[in-house]
Ligand binder design. Structure first.
Ligand code: UD1
Ligand code: MG
Length: 457
């Protein structure tokens, strides 16, 4: 099997364990659906597996967890889901995906879905250990505090056994090299090794970790692949969720900066897994990029701006305090200024929406100027309607454009207008009360009132 990576000719199957209860999250939502960098931990784990060229993905979910199964299919449409009806241990969970395993593979990878920071390169290193002749390869790390983890017991032939904390002797507990929980097993041997696991331990569970001693007893080799503790961090509560988020954010910021983006205060910029930012773009402090955002080259993103499923083309400027909601498309060299909200709208090249506006469900042509306080009235409580503003149009400040409505190319709208009818190209439309003036009225008014006050005294 080829996965498109040079030198990778081995068929891969990943079994992703997502059957956890996650009670310490204290949440109505299952743990693996909580998000890191804008997508679920499950989707993060699946993306990482896919990034290591693994074609087949089987996800093991708990009973009645259609939400988790749906998320798995969203992250990897070709993935299969299996239900682990009773929680009898990690090996038992893997065997819930037995039909996927029985189809055969060269590399079986076992992945915990609550470990969102694993990188594809680490899965590739586990696969490389199998390609190198190991029958089992286990991901290990040096734990600052090993309490609770399985300990990796190493001898001169490699990895000899994994001892769960609860089953470990005092000497074994002194070992700091720990099991991250990820493991690769030779796909041809995996069914028989997994079948041999028995629940003979303190927790009366089928421990996946016993795969190592079983392989060794059969004269096979087991190996350890090491990863930094930060990468194998598991999430069990919301404090750990925030710690994982922090690591993910620094990875995204580092990559953006190394790719040519300037961030004045990177620690205040929050990105999503798929945020794309071009070279020579400058990001001022306190900016948030939700999922689905693309920013071009040479863009100035000013402070306190918020983006969600939006795109900004080259040499534009956005913010400060701008909000680009889903479907906002800002074309080349456009300017979106402070306190402007854009939703489902295309702003044409070189156009400006500089102050205090809401432009929703709209198309704005090239080089139009939308004055301060312009609002597209796009919603009547039931339906959304569109506003079209032609190229070169000039919308005077504080105008309300009541959709559906079309402003022709080059037209002017007088300030303070409420526009309810289409405006033809190059016309002037004014929709407001006409100004009138009464000479001397104010003086006469004052005199009359002052006279009344004197009589009272
Ligand atoms: C496991 C490892 C331990 C390792 C640690 C790393 C085993 C026996 N132990 O311990 O060596 O140091 O992870 O974090 O593998 N799961 C199911 N069904 C089950 C049981 C577990 O789907 O019946 C899933 C859980 O949701 C979780 C994962 O498997 O995602 C690990 O289970 P957990 O109970 O957290 O194992 P640990 O005790 O942390
Ligand atoms: Mg755990």
């Amino acid at each position: 099997m080829s996965d498109g990576r040079p030198g990778y000719q081995r068929a891969g199957l990943a079994i992703v364990l997502a059957a956890g209860e996650g009670t310490r999250m204290k949440s109505a939502m299952p743990k693996v659906l909580h998000k890191v960098a804008g997508r679920s931990m499950l989707a993060n784990a699946i993306a990482s597996v896919a990034g290591a060229g693994i074609e087949r993905i089987a996800v093991v979910v708990g009973p009645n967890r259609e939400d988790v199964a749906a998320e798995a299919v969203k992250a990897a449409p070709a993935s299969e889901t299996f239900v682990q009806v009773e929680r009898l241990g990690t090996a038992h969970a893997v065997l819930a995906a037995r039909p996927a395993l029985d189809k055969g593979c060269d590399d079986l990878l076992i992945v915990f879905a609550d470990t969102p920071l694993i990188q594809p390169a680490t899965f590739l290193a586990l696969r490389a250990a199998l390609a190198d002749g190991a029958s089992v390869a286990v991901l290990g790390f040096e734990a600052r505090d090993p309490t609770g983890y399985g300990r990796l017991l190493v001898d001169d032939k490699g990895l000899a056994a994994i001892r769960e904390h609860k089953d470990a002797s005092a000497d074994e507990r002194a070992v700091t090299l720990c099991n991250a929980g990820l493991m690769a097993i030779d796909g041809r041997l995996a069914p028989s090794i997994l079948d041999a696991i028995r629940p003979n331990n303190a927790q009366n569970e089928f421990y996946l970790t016993d795969a190592v001693s079983i392989a060794r007893a059969r004269g096979l080799r087991a190996a350890v692949v090491r990863a930094p503790e930060e990468e194998v961090m598991g999430v069990n509560d919301r404090v750990q969720l925030a710690a994982a988020e922090a690591v993910a954010q620094w990875r995204l910021r580092d990559k953006a900066m190394r790719d040519g983006v300037t961030m004045i205060a990177p620690e205040t910029v929050f990105m999503s897994f798929d945020t794309r930012i071009g070279r020579d773009t400058i990001i001022e402090p306190n900016v948030i990029f939700g999922p689905g955002v693309t920013i071009g080259e040479g863009v100035l993103v000013r402070a306190f701006s918020h983006f969600d499923s939006a795109s900004v083309a080259d040499r534009s400027a956005v913010g400060p305090f701008a909000r680009l909601r889903p479907g906002a498309r800002i074309d080349v060299g456009a300017k979106i200024g402070n306190f402007v909200e854009i939703k489902s709208a295309h702003i044409g090249p070189g156009s400006a929406v500089s102050h205090l506006s809401y432009i929703g469900d709209a198309t704005v042509g090239a080089k139009a100027n939308i004055g301060a306080g312009t609002i597209t009235c796009n919603y009547d409580g039931f339906d959304k309607a569109r506003t079209e503003i032609g190229a070169g149009a000039f919308i005077g400040s504080n105008s309300a454009l009541v959709a559906p409505v079309r402003i022709g190319e080059g037209a002017y709208v007088g300030s303070g207008s409420v526009i309810t009818k289409d405006v033809e190209a190059d016309a002037l439309a004014v929709g407001r009360g006409r100004q009138f003036e009464k000479s001397g009225w104010a003086r006469a008014f004052r005199q009359a009132r002052e006279g009344r006050e004197k009589k009272r005294v």
